[in-house]
Write a protein that binds this ligand. Structure first.
Ligand code: PLP
Length: 677
């Protein structure tokens, strides 16, 4: 049989542009062993995305195969409508034992979408039964994905997938996944919400976006405070993907409803479950005439073969110590990604939680690839030549291997991905059909940039610490500050300084690329890091990134790289950048032996270039005091005549608020902030 032709004649593939599909011979899988898929030609491929996020222990696992065969000798399926069945009872008991405490009832269905639909309808009816008939709205996160049925699409927030169905959907409120925005949404809408729905820790289909730490816990407490139910959609994150059995466990949260599917059966058969608390279940315990029945069910809910597979999979978690074996795999994956993927020029960001990874590709940090370029799809086509199967999300390359992946296979998978990304981003891309989509642009009239530039006497002098404190201070004074760190090196894989600055500014929703357009993992000068990544940092590119950042708030805090003459390229230094920005400077100096000469030399150079210097800010970068500390500022002032703004004391726990308070106490912050007016 010619499967390739027959496929093209008869099949319609999900989430697939079929015109392109028909133009190329499909890859046809015939069988699989462990973590490898085998095509009709006998070629083997690592299953890099667990057959769309479902497979857990590998394919054709003897234990799961045996459990299914054995169940098959008894019965394949009987209904749960008015009838009970042995494997579904055993599985429900097992799930209650494993789930976060308090989830005590299991409603079975057959896909992630139906598990979410059930949660939606249950929570809606629950509020009605409680007599809270005005609690009819749902709150979901921007870029949410909860499935493809109309109810779950109504919760969704991914424009490409969901826009066309807009007229069919019920109205859902969407909020940015930041703690501040969530609090605001509850303040405005808490009284009319039936439930908050979210994917805990990782928004999968959004492109593997990681929620800020504490977000889930805050969601739980806001729901409690406002009488709103919390629905956790762990269809993707459940069953070990994030490193724990369920993602909710990482923040010690029990949702009111938990949707499970994908990995529940080990990825073998379509089984899904919606788990709920006693409180919800008990509300449905009235007499039939009280209209308390939940009229919902799917033909194959609680399917016996599926439940048998799920029981076998959960049994393997115990017998093979699947979760206990994860930490070294997660660490190995992280290390290999850092080593092989981070240095590639068009890798913008690597996001990892457990064995869930999103590698975001951009043409340059501030220029995403356009949808027409289909860069992710290109990488995934090429990676097959390197022996792996992947499936992208737009320009995000996803890795989500089975939990059974071995260390050697992790290396193979990452190396194949690195090779494919390198190929895909080097080969000339087809000309985009329309103008490439642009990142957020400043308002049409160029806003006047207000702000300051932090320059250092050297690297490691405490610029970021000062920046964090100043941002928190500016925020406390009602400004909307935006940090801008044009380049961060030593980012492994995250530009940690930029993240700290962004968070201190309360700008977690701002794309990292706005705050830090260039990040490189080698801990070397920007010019060298860029050279090694085959990139060139130009004044024009940095200036346009600075203008874009400035447009996102009313106070730009620029943290320049290293010292005054640290190079961005062979002909561009921090001092050149400061001159182009035209903003007042604060010179940050480490308060330690050597500070006097370092500061005086930096000041001499800034003077030579006529740069507007507000003053010198000393930082005690260590706890241990030295006899010179108290005197360094005085000598710098007398030698240079430049104003000393103060000394930021060493703080063992440098929280933004703590730093802001310390700056307020020890530094002439008004001299800095009034420069903004
Ligand atoms: C995949 C997914 C769904 C939908 O599951 P299906 O089984 O494909 O219907 C729902 N929610 C999340 C978070 C998912 O990743």
């Amino acid at each position: 049989m010619n499967f390739e032709d027959l496929d093209r004649s008869y099949l319609w593939h999900p989430f697939t542009p079929m015109r392109e599909w028909l133009a190329e011979p499909p890859l046809v899988i015939e069988r699989a062993e462990g973590n490898e898929l085998i095509d009709t030609e006998g070629r083997r491929y690592l299953d890099g995305v667990s057959s769309l996020w479902v497979n857990v222990h590998g394919h054709a696992h003897p234990a799961i195969n045996a459990a299914i065969s054995q169940q098959l000798t008894k019965v394949a399926h009987t209904t749960l409508l008015g009838l009970a069945s042995t494997p579904s009872i055993a599985l429900a008991e097992k799930l209650v034992a494993l789930a976060p405490p308090g989830l005590t009832r299991v409603f079975f269905s057959d896909s992630g979408s139906t598990a979410v639909e059930v949660a939606l309808k249950l929570s809606f009816q629950f509020q009605q039964l409680r007599g809270l008939s005005r609690r009819v709205k749902f709150l979901a996160l921007h870029n949410a994905y909860h499935g493809d049925t109309i109810g779950s699409v109504s919760l969704g927030g991914i424009d490409t997938f969901h826009r066309v169905f807009q007229p069919l959907l019920f109205h859902t409120l969407h909020v940015n996944p930041t703690i501040a925005d969530l609090q605001q949404a509850f303040a405005n809408h808490g009284h009319e919400l039936a439930a908050l729905v979210l994917e805990p820790l990782v928004q999968g289909a959004a492109g593997m976006l990681l929620s800020p730490p504490g977000f889930l816990r805050e969601a739980r407490s806001l729901c409690d405070k406002h009488g709103v139910l919390l629905i956790a959609d762990e269809v993707a994150t459940g069953f070990g993907r994030t490193g724990t059995m369920f993602a909710c466990q990482q923040e010690g949260v029990t949702p009111d409803l938990l949707a499970l599917a994908k990995g529940l059966s080990g990825g073998y058969l379509p089984v899904a479950a919606t788990m709920v608390t006693d409180e919800i279940f008990n509300q449905f315990l009235g007499l039939p005439e009280e209209r308390v029945t939940f009229f919902h069910g799917h033909s194959f809910g609680g399917n016996a073969l599926g439940c048998a597979a799920a029981l076998a999979s959960l049994d393997l978690f115990e017998r093979e110590q699947t979760l206990a074996n994860l930490p070294p795999k997660i660490a190995a994956l992280r290390a290999r990604l850092n080593q092989k993927i981070s240095p590639l020029p068009h890798v913008f960001e690597i996001r990892q939680k457990g064995l869930m990874v999103g590698i975001e590709l951009r043409r340059t940090p501030s220029h995403p690839y356009s949808a027409q370029e289909a860069i992710g799809a290109r990488v995934c086509r090429i990676v097959r030549r390197h022996g792996a199967i992947l499936r992208p999300l737009g320009s995000v390359v996803v890795l989500m291997p089975p939990l059974s992946i071995t260390p050697a296979q992790i290396d193979r998978l990452v190396d194949a991905t690195a090779a494919a990304i390198a190929d895909a981003t080097v080969e000339p891309l087809p000309a985009p059909a329309v103008t490439p989509s642009q990142p957020p642009q400043p308002r049409t009239t160029r806003p006047p940039v207000r702000g300051i530039v932090l320059v250092g006497t050297d690297t490691g002098v405490g610029k970021t610490t000062v920046g964090v404190g100043l941002l928190a201070l500016a925020r406390a004074r009602g400004l909307s500050p935006v940090p801008f760190k044009p380049v961060e090196t030593g980012a492994a894989p995250d530009p940690d300084d930029a993240l700290r600055l962004r968070s201190a500014a309360g700008q977690d929703a701002l794309p990292l690329a706005i705050v830090c357009p260039y990040s490189f993992s080698p801990p070397v000068a920007p010019a060298l890091a860029a050279e090694q990544a085959s990139t060139r940092l130009t004044l024009d590119a940095i200036m346009s990134a600075a203008r874009r950042a400035a447009a996102c708030g009313d106070f730009l805090l620029v943290e320049s790289a290293g010292g005054v003459l640290s190079p961005y390229s062979e002909e561009l230094t921090t001092a050149d950048l400061a001159a182009a920005l035209g903003l007042p400077l604060v010179l940050v100096a480490r308060n330690a032996l050597g500070a006097i000469s370092h500061a005086a030399l930096a000041i001499a150079e800034l003077r030579r270039r006529n740069l507007p210097l507000l003053g010198v800010l000393f930082v005690d970068t260590t706890e241990a005091s030295t006899p010179d500390r108290a005197h360094n500022p005085r000598f710098v002032h007398s030698l240079t005549g430049v104003r000393v703004l103060g000394t930021l004391p060493f703080l063992p726990v440098p929280s933004p608020e703590g730093l802001a308070a310390a700056l307020r106490r020890s530094v002439d912050v008004d001299a800095i902030l009034t420069a903004l007016r």
